[in-house]
Design a protein around this ligand. Sequence first.
Ligand code: SF4
Ligand code: SF4
Length: 387
Amino acid sequence: MVKSSSMQPHRSMAALSPSAGPSLGDMARALAEGCTRCGACAAACGFLCQHGLPGDQAQAALDGAAGGDPYQCSLCGLCGVVCPEQLAPGEFFLALRRQAAARGDLDLARYRGLLGYEARGHSRLFAWQGLPPGCDTVFFPGCTLPGTRPAATWRLFAELRRRLPRLGVVLDCCHKPSHDLGRQDYFAERFAEVMGPLLEYGVSTVLVACPNCHKVFSRYAAPLTVRTVYEFFADNGLSSLPMAAGEVTVHDPCPLRAEEGVHRAVRGLLAQAGLTVTEMRHSRGRTLCCGEGGTVGCVAPELSTAWSARRADEAGGRRMVTYCAGCAGYLSRVAPTAHLADILFNGEGPEGLARALAGRARVWRAPFTYLNRLRLKRRLRRLLGLA
Ligand code: SF4
Ligand code: SF4
């Protein structure tokens, strides 16, 4: 018997709420006093170039003066990596977003499309938890991969299930959009609805395919263990590997910049598939935003476009491979980009693989993405015994 559940509120919701952490005032003071105005972060970031150094923006916040619009920061975290003082300006800009949302200053209409996408992902129609008896590990594919690449997602799940026969699956949204818009309370409530049934059922491990889901789960889903499927396959192998050749370069998604094990796993899988990986100037911990981060495109499309263009420039004509469906979609506008799943779970023979490597894998777009997710849900229910 499989437990099938949808969005039940959960008693331990408070335990899942984001930790209070330091106040905005404390963060601003630490940044204003700790920042030496060296400019290393601004040299890497168009937003800071336009709106001023983090220390000055923090001082402006303390003085009640107008600073930069935090909704133009992509929350990519690169500033924190290059800062010699180990400051984390991206966290400060997220805190400013939370303050704006709490005060009612966030214009939700700007983000209507994105928030509708998030709400549909969590709705009774699309969300589903399939938890087989004895299941302690679930696959959480996220929203975009199943919609844009339903066949690859199905093959990926089947491959996981070969190793983990009692694997469960959770179709839902992690609510990263609301999280990054600063809607902290809304995010905490919705994420608790995702997590509650998993904790109640005794699930201990979540395997994610999406870097944004990884960021949310690793930050808020304690005591669950969170791993990417790419690490799982690097450790456990694949039943069959594609036979490719040639050079590719890897775009590491910025939510995973600190995850060295994921960087190694992805490169190892590409090497096993016969591909030679050469690195861009900014990779792994110093990777760049693809342009989609922080939903900057909704308010400052020129900044978002500049991130993408910079990435394409660094790729220098090489074929890019990434492991985020959002990054793949954004970067495909400016350079040939494949999702790792397009390569590992292609299923269309040598020609399909060649198309994928050229950044021309079949990628579905709305409204078909929604139809794909419904079909995948029905297929999974049948497979797990809930036809
Ligand atoms: S998080 Fe990224 S976009 Fe925001 S200030 Fe830092 S480097 Fe710039
Ligand atoms: S790199 Fe660090 S110290 Fe230098 S300007 Fe940026 S936040 Fe300030």
